[in-house]
Design a protein around this ligand. Sequence first.
Ligand code: NAD
Length: 390
Amino acid sequence: MIIEPRVRGFICTTAHPAGCARNVADQIAYVRRQGELAACPKRVAVLGCSTGYGLATRIVATFAGGADTIGVSFEREPTETRTASAGWYNNRAFEAQASNSGRPALTLEGDAFSDAMKASFIDAVRERFGQIDLLVYSLAAPSRTDPDTGQTWRSSIKAIGEPVQAKTLNTETGEVLEASLAPASEEEAAATVAVMGGDDWKRWIDQLRAAGVLAPGFRTLNYTYIGSEHTWPIYWKGTLGRAKADIDQKAEAIRGQLGEDAARIVALKAVVTQASSAIPMVPLYGTVLFKVMKAMGLHEGCIEQIDRLFRTRLGSDAALDEAGRLRLDDWELSDAVQAEVSRRWPLLTTQTLADLADLPEYRTQFLRLFGFGVAGVDYAADADPRVVPA
Ligand code: NAD
């Protein structure tokens, strides 16, 4: 069949196997160009391994760090007539390349929030690795079923307290809109913390520790976004920020159990991923940010950020912020970048968008997440959605 993008708001319901495979290959090529890492944990687990920051983490650990990895992600499998999720194609492409490089990788697909997945993971680690040295938690999910109560929590991406007057972007039409975004109820805020906070991360660490599969010197990382005043009303000061404050607390608790350097939150920059495209204000902020950072020669995507993390922030001498976090959002939040974003922000309208922001780049990156618009891929060729080309 001919596979085309089918975009509905901030999701694309199809994905292209050859395009996804090429995306993975391009990221591997980038990492290889940077050279081998001087030091890297050798048995690495990535939860949320199939797209975005998690996929980049798995690629850097494997292809620059020489690590063996076990990944967990939630995917839709293909049928003869329906494409898989992009992450399913990415996982297959990653596994093939890792195997070709002598680092066969294991991927478990299913619900990382369940205890059944944690049990399967522990069995697999015992069998394949014995123990693990590093676990990176990079899950982004809209809902979570609590294994203790069976209750399903759904996150709401909303402000807290007062309604927020915000500029947003319709990425399909290019319209800049002024919207009043209603605040979350206390229940919605609590549910968002239950989904995107640190409960499940801590549960993973507790269960892996009890099973004896954490190696001496084990470390765990969890990713956060802090951002600037342009996104604070909906992000850092909203329900997601409350969930991210919870992972800061859980990091503290894990450090209390496993040692001072055992758990770190890593603040990363805003990039286009399936998760971030669903957050109001973030696509508009992103289109401005990309234009500004590109003009300043500071542009980074997932792979560049994670490569920099492994090269410059995992040593024992790495600088921490006041909350004990590692910061990779330093370029995004630099005075020069934020001053220029702030200058442009009040001027943004549907008419000025093309001058002040880079919507074409945003759209290109969004479609690329699903394997579309990737250079070197023949989209007119007949493709079997069940086959990921080598
Ligand atoms: P993403 O949507 O690209 O990836 C999410 C991953 O989670 C996928 O691999 C998906 O399969 C997996 N997943 C979702 N639900 C699951 C479940 N129930 N079981 C197993 N796997 C599941 O997201 P992302 O943007 O890379 O986000 C990863 C982390 O990075 C998040 O903590 C996010 O807050 C953080 N972060 C993102 C940005 C950004 O701009 N995108 C910036 C800073 C920090």
